[in-house]
Design a binder for this molecule. Structure first.
Ligand code: UN1
Length: 542
């Protein structure tokens, strides 16, 4: 049965320049719309048009987070006992509802975080793909039957849910990533407290509401809005209070390490998807136009605000000049603007003013590292705009595309992620040097190589230390059924997506069923079969 719900949102009086409404947003705790316990709110603003306010949302308090945790604990037993295929059916309903509302959600995502409509479309599709994949996982969620070493005894394995999961995601993938986390979590029978990203509360609310509309029982997913240092921190603190059985976090390496420490000292499982300085190598045998297209998209698509965005572009010296000529021509032609108004822009604004501020700090770091700034002049303003900027620069937080060349391994900007439209370019002497450079940053999320030499591609794929590698492809483009995640500073080895993520949201329960009616001791009561003593000369047959 599908429960049809009103959005539950009220419009608030506000004159947005684009005529769009502002709403009073709510947390969703135990299926009920609630405000923060002290009534304090924060605003969500359209980064392409800062005067456009999407609404006011509860700045959740510690009490609110605790209410959400209480609801998740209360719902756990019933949800864990719900047959997995039924849980899968509800997840399937979610996917179908997302399809039905796709166009509206795409427009909302673009309004709230400024991604192009095409990219928002790709992202909602990734959430749909995740639902459709895990709908049928609900019919699998297999355990095994295992042979015992003793007679009249059976062994089994079962996947069991962990309990209450704290979900904290970033706003650059505000639909796909929380679905990557919560869909497998609930499919395995867990319940969740979801701390929405500070810069995407309205979209998060819509998604959580749609999850309930799909038939999700109250309390299985509880949404709390707020800031990382507020609601996010309260959720992490709750690990120390024994109220959380799992944290799944996507965000910075610095915060990820802090979460890992808290979880570690409590022996609570955590999934950490963190930063990256993703390398892309271009070798002389590559199709250069193809390599330029992949590097350009990797660096500047999504305004460089993907975890998988290109960081270090490593170009073999033999084709450096030719590659750079083509690459820079593309960079200089970049169309930038608000995609909900201007078609065919490569990228829109920064995700929010906060991301814009942090990006400017990253640019200063690159400059003071000693790199050569080939292109880019910081924030786009009315009197500082590139040729193909579309719209009014002062309306939102837009950035030039930036290219830093002559980067070397000893520079800070070689090692540190710059979250935004900036690429650092390194020249390589030969393949071994390129592979060395690709491995030399502290991260290991995504990586790529453009080459038409099969042995080189093989050596790159076996020599690179990264969770993901593209061959003749960009650093981005994960699909919903492949494992996503990194090594080194990019995470703690857990994976999102596909069947692999199930390990992150369930534990193995080994059960033995003794049917013999007596106590049989493993290892000790096992019949020992000795090999027959015989002198056989096999050499005779050779
Ligand atoms: C992220 O940046 O956190 O592969 C997720 C990609 C997307 C997912 C990125 N499908 O770039």
């Amino acid at each position: 049965m599908v429960h049809v719900l009103e959005t539950g949102l009220e419009f608030i009086a506000r004159e947005n320049p684009n005529g769009k409404p502002s709403v009073r947003g709510y947390n969703i705790i135990n299926g009920q719309l609630t405000s923060s316990s002290d009534g304090v709110t924060f605003e969500s603003k359209n980064p392409a048009l800062l005067a456009d306010c999407l609404g006011e949302f509860p700045l959740s308090t510690r009490d609110d987070v605790h209410s959400a945790l209480d609801a998740a604990h209360a719902a756990f037993t019933g949800w864990a006992a719900t047959p997995a295929p039924t849980r899968g059916q509800i997840i399937g309903n979610m996917g179908r509802l997302l399809m039905e509302y796709k166009d509206d959600l795409v427009a909302l995502e673009t309004r709230e975080i400024g991604k192009t409509l095409k990219e928002s479309g790709g992202e909602i599709q990734e959430a749909i793909d995740t639902c459709l994949f895990f709908q049928s996982e609900g019919r699998r969620l297999y355990g095994q039957t295992v042979n015992s070493e003793l007679p009249d005894k059976e062994l089994f394995t079962y996947r069991r849910p962990l309990g209450v999961c704290g979900i904290i995601n970033a706003c650059n993938f505000p639909s796909a990533v929380p679905f990557w986390k919560m869909i497998p979590a609930i499919m395995c029978g867990n319940t969740c407290v979801w701390k929405s990203p500070q810069d995407a509360p309205l979209l998060s609310f819509a998604l959580a509401r749609i999850m309930h509309q799909a038939g999700l029982p109250n309390g299985v997913i509880n949404l709390v809005h707020g800031k990382g240092s507020g609601a996010g921190q309260y959720l992490v603190d709750a690990v120390d209070e024994g109220l959380v059985n799992k944290i799944s976090f996507t965000g910075s390496t610095e915060v990820g390490k802090m979460i890992g420490e808290v979880c570690g000292r409590n022996l609570v499982s955590c999934s950490l998807e963190l930063g990256g300085k993703n390398p892309l190598v271009v070798m002389p045998s590559a199709n250069l136009d193809n390599a330029v297209a992949g590097a350009y998209w990797g660096a500047f698509g999504t305004a460089g605000q993907r975890c998988t965005s290109l960081g270090n572009l490593i170009v073999h010296e033999a084709i450096y000049d030719e590659f750079m000529e083509k690459f820079m021509a593309k960079v200089k032609s970049t169309h930038i603007g608000d995609s909900s108004v201007h078609k065919d822009v490569l990228y829109g604004p920064m995700l929010s003013e906060k991301y814009a501020k942090d990006f400017m700090i990253g640019l200063d770091m690159a400059k003071s590292s000693g790199a050569t700034q080939l292109w880019g002049r910081g924030e786009i303003t009315t009197d500082n705009q590139p040729e193909n900027f579309m719209g009014n620069a002062g309306d939102g937080v837009f950035m030039w595309p930036h290219v830093f060349a002559d980067v070397t391994e000893d520079m800070k900007c070689f090692h540190e992620e710059i979250f935004g439209p900036a690429v650092t370019i390194v020249k390589a002497k030969d393949f071994d040097h390129a592979l060395h450079l690709a491995n030399a940053s502290p991260y290991g999320l995504s990586s790529a190589i453009y080459t038409n030499d099969r042995l080189e591609a093989y050596r790159y794929k076996t020599g690179i230390k990264a969770g993901m590698t593209g061959i003749n492809n960009s650093t981005t483009g994960a699909e919903a059924h492949l494992p996503f995640g990194g090594v080194k500073g990019s995470g703690n080895g857990t994976r999102e997506s596909g069947i692999w993520v199930i390990e992150a949201y369930s534990y193995w329960h080994a059960v033995n069923d003794e049917l013999s009616g007596k106590l049989q001791l493993a290892q000790m009561d096992v019949d020992e079969i000795e090999a027959v003593e015989a002198e056989v000369d096999w050499a005779q047959l050779a």
